[in-house]
Structure formats: C-alpha cells, structure tokens
Ligand binder design. Structure first.
Ligand code: NZQ
Ligand code: ZN
Length: 393
C-alpha cells in the first residue's frame, strides 16, 4: 500500500481540437503526403452527415474507407482492416466514431506494424502479450463522449470465439489529434447519452475510490468532475436539450475522466471494468450498463476497505452531512445507484432477465483471464468478486 503520492510520469501527446465546426481542419491536421484510411462504425456517421464533412475536408488527400466496426469491436473485423492497410499501403488512420471505432483504429494502427500475429498483442491466456513497440499515426473525430479513448492510449477488443473482451495499450497508441465537436452529440439517442455519463462517472470512480494518499489535486479533480456529471447528467440524457454548453461540458468531462490525469501517483481500482467486461463478453450488455450493475454492488461489498474514501465521497460529492459515518457511506452508495437508475440504466442482473446462473459463469471467466487478485490492494479474490456479482442479482 502506498503511504503517499507515488512517483509518476505524465505524458500525453494528443492535440485536442475542441469546438464547433472544426472537421474542415482535417485538411491541415493530416500531412497531405499521407495515404489515409478513414475507419468508422455501423453507419451513424454516414447517416448524420459527419462522413460527408470528413470526405470534403480530405479532398486534397488520397484516402480510402473501412466501415463496419461494431460496438465492442471484434478482432475478426479489425484483422480485415489490418490486411487492407498492409495491402494498399495506408500510412495514416482516421477514426470517425465513438470508443469502439477509436479503440479499433488503435488496434489496427498497432497491428499493421506488429512483428507477430496481432492476437499476441493480448495476454490473459488469449495471446502472448507481446508489447506494442510501434504503430501507424492516427487521429480521431469523436462522436460519442464516454470512453476517453480520444485522449488515451488504451483500447478494448472482443475476441468472440474466445468469449473474451481484452484491453491493450502502449505509449505509441495515443491519437495524434482528436477533433471534439460537441454538436456531433446531438444525434445520440438517450441510451448512448446515459452510457456516456455512466462510463465517465465510473472511470473517475475507479481512479478515486480506493484509499487516501493525500493526493489533493487528484482528489479535487475527480470530485469536481463527478459533481459536474451529477449536475448535468439529467439534462444530458434529455435528447430534446441540444444545448451547446451542456454538451461541451459533457464532452470535456468524459475526455478528462480517462485521459491519464486523475490516476497520477494515486492507487486505482479497475475491477468494475474487469468484472463488467466479462458481462459484455457473455451477455452482450452495453459496456456502461455493465458498470452500472457492478459499481454500486462493489461499493457495498467493499465498504470496509474503501471506508475512508467513501466517507470523503459522501461528504464532498453528494454533500451528505447528516448521520453516522456508516449512514453517510450507505447514503452515498444509494445515491450512486439512484443516479444510474435515474439516467435509465438498471443496476441489477434481474433487470436484464438474468439470474443466479450468471455468477458461476462470470467467475470462471475472471479466473480464465487471470483476474483473481484485483482492486487497489490486490485483495479482491474470486470469492469477493463472486459476492459482488451475487449482490447485483
Ligand atoms: O456504429 P455506429 O453506427 O457509428 O453507431 C454507434 C454505436 O452503435 C452509435 N453512435 C456513435 N456516435 C453516434 C452514434 N449514434 C448517433 N449519433 C452519434 N453521434 O453509438 C453506438 C455505440 O458506440 P460505441 O463506440 O460502441 O460506444 P462507446 O463510445 O461507449 O464505446 C464503447 C467501447 O469502448 C470501450 C468499451 O469497452 C467498448 O468496447 N472502452 C474503451 C476505453 C478506452 N479506450 O480507454 C475505456 C472504456 O472503459 C471502455 O472499456
Ligand atoms: Zn469504461
């Protein structure tokens, strides 16, 4: 256990291009001598005109397109993109979409220059876990604030035949730039808006809800972002409120939630994501919705280990002043659950017609992927994770 703020490096090379109508700047953001592959998802960017703007901005470039990257991008699809990049000699990638397209593009960027089979980018019993040393340069046009992928170097890929959803990352898989135009969020349906608020909220919590080490800057950053999401969340998920400032605050909060600022020198606990990814892999529930199931339950089961930080969270984020320490902590956990539910995300397996049968199946997935000693102290064993899943039934 760290007693104070640990040594850290802070490196983030991504150029953020934030604001209204900035897609046209792609013309100069990407060098004109590059052969660009534009990658996108299931068609929303075509439907809502974003791709048309990208094509216009790239009219002075040589470029091609690769569509069809799924939500929770699959290894099989990304492998096809890697083959295309190699065959046609693309040397710059542009992701246009949400976290899935951006993560997928990162994987293609690394996979195209990888010495071994790209599956070996993953460890966890699926591949050999060989480090990524180089990647093609890439930029992004973000259409869904949620993952922070636009300003970090990580990604998550689904390996369907292995029933696995695994992460990867490296110092060379940061986007060179990301265009963040809050207006692009106006076409998002309520479900995706809620997903974005919840995913961001949980990212912050996983870098904050551990034990205190006196990281005042990190704590206050985290608390400020959590309060912002609590304040704007109900309006963000109201599709009729297409207010620029509202969506700009949402977009920047989501980016900041996972751009590598909050975790510096402080402990982290990514077990909600670990437990959540297994739920998506087996039952295909949206990423953020798996977190809405896991986090409130995890806080209840881990109340003792996280007590000091939970109390701080209760007092500073939810402004709970009445009651004993235990009562304040329980009230904060209840408020967290109510917040997710109020955005339209259920917090129990039963809401998805899933019952007790999930517990063994999910725990054996955790075991297979080596998630046997997680959390900030490494003391969340499979038995504890089992309790967390059970408590969320
Ligand atoms: O595929 P299209 O047709 O584009 O539609 C997408 C998709 O169906 C749609 N969408 C995106 N922008 C839209 C829009 N619809 C209307 N208007 C727009 N402006 O939204 C759907 C979901 O998109 P997706 O990219 O899957 O969502 P999200 O951004 O939540 O990304 C989820 C993925 O990111 C991973 C998750 O595990 C999951 O695979 N994560 C990545 C992280 C990272 N790189 O740091 C961290 C996260 O914790 C997360 O694990
Ligand atoms: Zn997430």
């Amino acid at each position: 256990m760290n007693k104070g703020i640990a040594n850290f490096d802070y490196y983030n090379p991504t150029h953020i291009v934030f604001g209204k109508d900035r897609i046209s700047e792609l013309a100069t953001l990407i060098p004109t001598d590059k052969k660009v592959l534009v990658l996108y998802g299931g068609g929303s960017v075509e439907r809502f005109g974003t791709l048309a703007k990208v094509r216009e901005a790239l009219s002075g470039h040589t470029f091609g397109e690769f569509g069809g990257i799924e939500a929770n991008p699959t290894y099989a699809t990304l492998l096809r993109a890697i083959e295309l990049v190699k065959k046609d000699g693309y040397n710059y990638l542009l992701a246009v979409g949400g976290g899935s397209v951006i993560d997928g593009t990162k994987f293609v960027a690394a996979g195209a220059l990888f010495d071994s089979e790209p599956i070996n980018i993953f460890g966890s019993g699926v591949g050999e876990g060989i480090p990524i040393k180089e990647a093609l340069p890439f930029g992004t046009v973000l259409t869904l604030p949620a993952t922070g992928s636009e300003m970090n170097s990580g990604g998550v890929v689904s390996i369907v035949e292995k029933k696995a959803k695994l992460g990867f990352g490296s110092a060379v898989t940061f986007p060179q730039f990301s265009i963040l135009d809050p207006q692009l969020t106006y076409t998002l349906p309520k479900r995706q808006l809620a997903n974005g608020v919840i995913d961001s909220f949980v990212h912050i919590m996983e870098q904050y809800m551990t034990y205190p080490v006196g990281g005042m800057v990190q704590d206050r950053f985290a608390e400020g972002l959590l309060e912002t999401l609590i304040e704007i969340g109900p309006d963000v998920v109201d599709e009729s409120k297409q207010d620029y400032n509202l969506r700009a605050n949402f977009m920047w909060a989501a980016t900041y939630a996972l751009n590598g600022t909050l975790n510096k020198g402080v402990p982290g606990d990514w077990s909600s994501h670990g437990l959540g990814h297994e739920i998506t892999a087996l039952y295909h529930i949206d990423h953020a919705r798996t977190l809405a199931i896991v986090l409130p339950s995890l806080l209840e089961i881990r109340k003792e280990q996280k007590g000091a930080k939970l109390l701080q969270y209760a007092e500073r984020v939810w402004h709970i002043t009445d009651g004993t320490e235990d009562e304040k902590i329980q009230a904060a956990i209840d408020k967290t659950r109510e917040f997710f539910e109020s955005l339209g995300a259920p917090t129990h397996f039963s809401d998805y017609d899933l019952g007790e049968e999930v517990v063994d199946a999910l725990v054996s997935q955790l075991e297979k992927h080596g998630l046997t000693a997680v959390s900030e102290r490494g003391d969340q064993t499979l038995d504890v994770s089992r309790e967390i899943y059970k408590n969320a039934l």
